[in-house]
Design a binder for this molecule. Structure first.
Ligand code: KIV
Length: 271
């Protein structure tokens, strides 16, 4: 593919080629049709139907409560909107850790019922069997290392991971292991930038960072954070491009005022 030709559809091959030629990969979360349509039209490379839907869509404190059925509902809505982006769907907590058969069954449901293009799982060596079994069914797998929110009760906090040598070494080994198993990409969440750079240089598959500094192959953010729909979340790594919370609140206040004063609807806004 020539560098100047627009990409018609993003695939794992396209993403791999982007890493090879040093073109950064853009990724955002999406959970519904209307938002996915806008993000896809803007040219986002990967849309992640993240289990962060548990937080930003359902209002849960953690990602643990969201179910496979709920993830499938979100993914179906996103896939209906997408023309160009590559759609990755998170396997939710409890849908793949039990054993590899469970991982495969959950993945098959996602692939058959949503039309998504790949799944993401959190963890390294400890989920080897599940990754191998899903890959053997021909489904691309994205890994996720560093801060893995499904393990929040093990970590105790959402603070930066792998600051100490032992954990950093394990993360580096896990990343190489995920590549050897055949994962097509890895998300690195909230780890020191220097370690993310080392991982990115040590594997040939794309590494997408969130709070992992600039020396990775691409960046991902939760779209509700990037657009400023969420208000009380201010991690250092987050860049907000809009303040939608205030814009929507202001528009809603003006609508309420117009209704209360009978200014809306006017003569042109009726039949
Ligand atoms: O669920 C999610 O939004 C994620 C991203 C933070 C990578 O896993």
């Amino acid at each position: 593919m020539s560098v100047n030709q627009p990409i018609k559809k993003v695939t794992t091959h396209v993403l791999h080629a982007m890493k090879q030629r040093g073109e950064k990969i853009s990724m955002l979360t999406a959970y519904d049709y209307s938002m996915a349509r806008i993000l896809d039209a803007a040219g986002i490379d990967i849309l992640l139907v993240g289990d962060s839907a548990s937080n930003v869509m359902a209002g849960h404190e953690t990602t643990l409560p969201i179910t496979l059925d709920q993830m499938i509902y979100h993914a179906q809505s996103v896939v209906r909107a997408v023309v160009r982006s590559f759609v990755v769907v998170d396997l939710p907590f409890g849908s793949y850790q039990g054993n590899s058969k469970m991982a495969l069954e959950s993945t098959i449901r996602i692939m058959k019922e949503t039309g998504g293009h790949a799944v993401k799982m959190e963890g390294g060596k400890e989920i080897t069997d599940s990754i191998v079994r899903v890959l053997s069914a021909g489904v691309p797998v994205m890994g996720h290392l560093g801060l893995t929110p499904q393990s929040i009760y093990k970590f105790g906090t959402y603070s930066v991971r792998a600051k100490e040598d032992v954990e950093a070494q394990k993360l580096l080994e896990d990343a190489k292991h995920l590549e050897e198993l055949g994962c097509f990409a890895i998300v690195l969440e909230k780890i020191p930038a220097q370690l993310a750079k080392q991982v990115t240089e040590s594997v040939s598959i794309p590494v997408i960072g969130i709070g992992a500094g600039p020396n990775v192959d691409g960046q991902v953010l939760v779209s509700h954070d990037m657009l400023g729909i969420t208000k009380d979340f201010h991690p250092r790594f987050l860049r907000r491009y809009l303040n939608l919370y205030d814009l929507i609140k202001d528009a809603t206040e003006r609508y309420i005022a117009d209704v209360k004063t009978a200014d809306f609807p006017n003569d042109q806004e009726q039949y």
